[in-house]
Write a protein that binds this ligand. Structure first.
Ligand SMILES: NC(=O)c1ccc[n+]([C@@H]2O[C@H](COP(=O)([O-])OP(=O)(O)OC[C@H]3O[C@@H](n4cnc5c(N)ncnc54)[C@H](OP(=O)(O)O)[C@@H]3O)[C@@H](O)[C@H]2O)c1
Length: 286
């Protein structure tokens, strides 16, 4: 580990709680590998201290901040400049401090889109089906809306998916549709979609035998992306692989959102494989 000196620049992540965050290990591994004079720390901020923490980042000249649950929305009112897509998403996860001027982006959605492109998923004019209408679906759908033809949301709470679909269409112009999740809607929309994205926690450890979409509804021409990263191969991905679909797991998106932040702060490109390796090791996932 490089020596920390009086010139070392500070990066960090804020959230509450924060102990689970993969960001410090991921970023410090890249910092050490590239021999950069940075250090990345974790800050557990109590909700009543959020605005004081922002003042502290400015006062202490902390160069870059990742933002995790529960502050991705709440922090926005304290910042100076928010990228237009992040403004539409209504959530940011990355802040850059330029001499006290705090700029913010959403690299969750951008990271997921980069993962799809890097894994040869054709986006142009495609029909995308999302399972879930929470934070991950919101962030990713706003970035995909730039390229795809139509986005459909199926969610337990139908009103939530309808609201997201309506807003997304209004802000981006992409064709949208939303409904509740049932065997009927899954069957109908899976068969007519090109890309299926699970943006719900279904199938996540420890409930690894659950899947949001029954195998019988999948077809071999679907590209199946599961944002869940623990386990690496969820039941949904296993079923999709057996059918012959192209598939992608959530670890790639997790690492890509970190890479996009790292590149923005340091203007250096970290090694993706190294970051994937360290996260897998820490999580103990296979
Ligand atoms: N790979 C990555 O980088 C990355 C990034 C962000 C999130 N994630 C993962 O993505 C998942 C969702 O995260 P999020 O931040 O979007 O959470 P969120 O904001 O709480 O949204 C969760 C969504 O899933 C739906 N849902 C929850 N339980 C369900 C169930 N049993 N059956 C059907 N739908 C269910 C919810 O439906 P209701 O609206 O009806 O409650 C909601 O639409 C988590 O597993 C998270 O770890 C991965």
């Amino acid at each position: 580990m490089p020596t920390i000196t009086s010139k070392t620049k500070i990066l960090g992540v804020i959230g509450h709680p924060i102990e689970h965050s993969m960001s410090p290990i991921m970023h410090n591994t890249a910092i050490n590998d590239l021999k950069l004079d940075y250090v990345y720390l974790a800050f557990d901020i109590e909700p009543q201290n959020l605005s004081k923490a922002i003042d502290g980042f400015r006062a202490l000249n902390i160069k870059g901040i990742s933002v995790t649950i529960p502050y991705k929305e709440a922090i926005m009112e304290f910042l100076d400049e928010i990228d237009p897509i992040a403004k539409n998403i209504k959530a940011v996860n990355t802040i850059k401090n330029e001499d006290g001027f705090l700029k913010a982006r959403n690299t969750d959605g951008a990271g997921g889109k980069r993962s799809l492109i890097e894994n040869s998923c054709e986006l142009s004019d495609k029909k995308v089906l999302f399972i879930g209408a929470g934070g991950a679906a919101r962030a990713l759908s706003y970035f995909l809306a730039e390229d795809v033809a139509q986005i459909i949301f199926l969610n337990i709470r139908k009103e939530r998916s309808k609201l997201l679909a309506k807003e997304l269409n209004k802000k981006t112009g992409v064709k949208t549709f939303a409904n509740g999740i049932s065997n009927n809607t899954l069957k109908k929309f899976c068969s007519s979609s090109d890309i299926l994205i699970n943006a719900s926690p279904i199938g996540m450890y420890p409930k690894i035998n659950e899947t949001p979409v029954a195998k019988e509804f999948l077809h071999k021409d679907l590209f199946v992306f599961d944002v869940v990263y623990n386990p690496l191969e969820t039941k949904l991905l296993k079923d999709a692989n057996e059918i012959g679909c192209k598939t992608l797991g959530g670890l790639d998106m997790l690492v890509n959102q970190g890479i996009l932040a790292f590149e923005w702060w340091t203007e250096k490109i970290p090694k993706k494989e190294l970051m994937i390796h360290i996260v897998k090791n820490v999580l103990g996932i296979k």
